[in-house]
Design a protein around this ligand. Sequence first.
Ligand code: SF4
Length: 168
Amino acid sequence: MATSRSKQHKVLVSACLLGQPVRYDGRASGHPDLLQRWQSAGRIVPLCPEVAGGLPTPRPPAEIPGGQGSDVLNGQVKVVTVAGEDVSAQFLLGAQLALELVRRHGIRIAVLKSGSPSCGNLLTYDGTFSGTRVTGEGVTTALLRREGVQVFSELELEAAEQALKQLL
Ligand code: SF4
């Protein structure tokens, strides 16, 4: 019985973690075994917020000055590319589309790519394009957390699986 109920809980996952070549550099980010199993079970809802928000692939790298996605949601800072282009609107649209998916599917758990200005959940880059990481979260992660979604990265798959079991 628990197994059949568990199948009703879906997980939002960064599309690049599912082998889709949607990263800014036109590559994927791998496809961990656990995600493959969840995918086979029909449990995964994939999304690349940046592509969904209208950005092309490949695309210039972008960062959040200060590294806090919540500041972007609050209109306090903009997401900018390495060339200085403001791509906040696309990032905000992608986050909004992620929120709509979460609400539509009743999703409480997400596994999103670490370090991304959209998907990062613990660390992001600081906006200097120098490879400097700071404690922070991407724009999509920040919005999903406001909705109460637990956001894990591909480095925390065991914790994500445990959290999913807690929902049963
Ligand atoms: Fe898209 Fe997020 Fe992966 Fe970046 S980290 S390519 S925004 S799914």
